[in-house]
Design a protein. Structure first.
Length: 156
């Protein structure tokens, strides 16, 4: 008398398990993806806030903000022309390198500012679509022209 033992799943059982997984992912997938987008936006706002704080320290040491040409790199590395910033005391960010936004974009920097009402550098991320001046940009000024200490987004 030989007993036949089953090892593994039949094709029908495998298809049923797959169908159940697809239904479950269909129900929770959008929530997970929505949470990731919110987390990416929040991380971008934190990065912009950290760079804003670093720029304030830089401005105290150097009696002004870096120009657009100097950019954010001057927060990490002393300029080649050391005479231009003799009081440079960086790096001003606690990082190995300048951060990139969660979508892989370099943060944009302009000074003197082109947006907002205060004399503070404009810093922004082009957002998920990687295009400047679109609704998903995240910046340290608002579209209404008001300024805030923390980054704002025209769409969340």
């Amino acid at each position: 008398m030989s007993r036949h033992q089953r090892k593994g799943l039949t094709l029908v059982e495998l298809l049923v398990v797959l169908a159940i997984l697809v239904v479950i992912l269909g129900l929770i997938g959008p929530r997970v993806l929505g949470s990731q987008n919110k987390a990416d936006i929040q991380k971008t706002k934190i990065d912009i806030g950290n760079m804003s704080a670093a720029l304030k320290t830089f401005a105290v040491d150097n009696k002004g903000f870096p120009t657009t040409e100097d950019g954010l790199n001057v927060l990490m590395e002393r300029p080649a022309d050391e005479q231009s910033l003799p009081n440079w005391d960086g790096p001003y960010l606690d990082a190995e390198a300048l951060p990139r936004d969660p979508w892989g974009n370099e943060y944009r920097y302009v000074y003197p500012p082109e947006h907002g009402k205060r004399d503070f550098p404009n810093i922004w991320s082009p957002g998920k679509d990687k295009q400047d001046s679109t609704d998903d940009d995240i910046a340290n000024w608002t579209t209404s022209g008001e300024d805030g200490e923390s980054a704002t987004s025209s769409s969340e």
